[in-house]
Design a protein around this ligand. Structure first.
Ligand code: MLT
Length: 401
């Protein structure tokens, strides 16, 4: 027997969305006449903007000519997309991000799971609870999380986000080297105001810690007081790395493209150099046609199409929130985010409510426990299905209560 990676071999349970998918598939096998509507994994349903598909097709055709053919691309991403992100995502918000601080990848999941590679083996991290499981799993796989007991890892500091604190995490009680924040939040759908986010930046600057900021849902923000980027906070260029994604913003979950901003001002450029070196060691970049497609998201037609798609999903979120509230459920989030966080009726567990809705309503959500102990008694619903399916799912949920 080879010496296997014990961190990987001892990972608890299945990855959350695999577990949910298995239960839905098992139900479908026994009840093929009752199709399940999924409001579970946050996967988009609106088609790509035509201008994006055309850019991808044109780039693929370009590759079939001697002049247009390209081999390995730059590990950090093509300059046209790095500057496209800086100019179109950050400049309009009055935030300083230069093209050489933007690193293109195949998505925020890849990058948020890789951020821990910047840290030493003895580093301690803090995460919100509930949390997108990738931040925790990636640290556990690196052997940094300690022991897993009752749903918590002993070396990770958890910042509970509960109804009593408005789902806003407290500051860490002890020194940590890095804190993961995701706002608008997955899974609670709650966002932070600029003043609220500034507290974490101030804390990180004072304590010499890093913030790993996942801004994958920033394009869903419409509330004026909510920052779209952590770099809108004073001092964030001294402490924060931000990940962004074309997935939810432009329908790229199947295309795969995202970015990470690593400011040169972080520790005199050390972190920017480290990230670049890591990419050189591990990546040959994202394919040229996909990067050209992502660039086309920033054309006027691309922007307008994405704006309409996001509005469509936000309408779904509004429908879920309003109808479930009318039925007497406690519902949070879903205003500046595509996720709605639903308190289970009678305080039953998220898995019990999940099973009930699967059996009685043929609707799948994601149980809150899957995101951490403070998710107990909640179910997450996403706004990413079609309007028709969302309406039908909500009708069925209300009838099954
Ligand atoms: C989710 O459902 O939480 C997301 O789709 C996961 C992801 O973006 O990887």
């Amino acid at each position: 027997m080879p010496a296997l990676n014990s961190n990987l071999a001892s990972m608890p349970a299945d990855y959350l969305f695999q577990e949910v998918a298995q239960r839905v598939t098992a139900y479908g096998q026994v009840h093929p006449d009752y199709p399940v509507i999924s409001l579970s994994i946050g996967d988009v349903t609106r088609p790509l903007p035509p201008v994006v598909s055309k850019a991808m097709a044109d780039a693929a055709m370009e590759m079939s000519t001697p002049e247009g053919f390209r081999g390995y691309g730059p590990a950090c991403g093509y300059e046209f997309l790095r500057s496209g992100v800086a100019k179109n995502v950050y400049e309009p918000r009055g935030v300083q991000v230069d093209a050489d601080e933007v690193f293109i990848s195949d998505g925020a999941k890849t990058d948020t799971s890789a951020l821990q590679e910047l840290l030493g083996p003895e580093a301690r991290v803090a995460v919100t609870d509930p949390v997108y499981p990738v931040y925790v799993d990636s640290n556990a796989l690196a052997g940094r999380a300690g022991e897993y007991r009752s749903g918590l890892w002993s070396n990770i500091e958890y910042l509970p986000c509960v109804k009593e604190n408005g789902f806003v995490p407290p500051l860490p009680q002890h020194y940590v080297d890095a804190i993961y924040l995701c706002f608008p939040n997955n899974p609670t759908g709650v966002s932070l105001s600029l003043n609220e986010l500034q507290r974490y930046v101030d804390w990180a600057v004072q304590n010499g810690a890093l913030i790993f900021y996942d801004a994958a849902y920033s394009h869903f923000i419409t509330s004026a007081e909510v920052p779209h980027s952590i770099y809108e906070c004073r001092g964030a260029r001294e402490c924060a790395i931000e990940c962004g994604s074309f997935s939810k913003m432009a329908g790229f979950t199947g295309m795969r493209c995202g970015w990470t901003v690593v400011p040169r001002t972080l520790y005199g450029g050390t972190i920017n150099r480290m990230w670049k070196r890591r990419l050189a060691a591990k990546s040959n970049g994202v394919s040229y046609p996909v990067q050209r497609a992502a660039e086309a998201v920033f054309t006027p037609a691309g922007k307008e199409h994405c704006r309409l798609n996001i509005e469509y999903y936000k309408n779904n979120a509004r429908m879920i929130r309003n109808e479930l509230r009318k039925s007497g459920l406690e519902v949070y989030g879903g205003v500046d985010a595509p996720y709605v966080w639903v308190r289970t009726p009678g305080g039953v567990s998220g898995w019990t409510f999940f099973d009930h809705l699967l059996e009685q309503a043929q609707v799948a959500g994601t149980p809150g426990e899957g995101f951490g102990p403070s998710g107990a008694g909640y179910l997450r619903l996403t706004a990413f299905n079609t309007a028709e399916n969302t309406q039908e799912a909500v009708r069925r949920i209300c009838a099954a209560l």
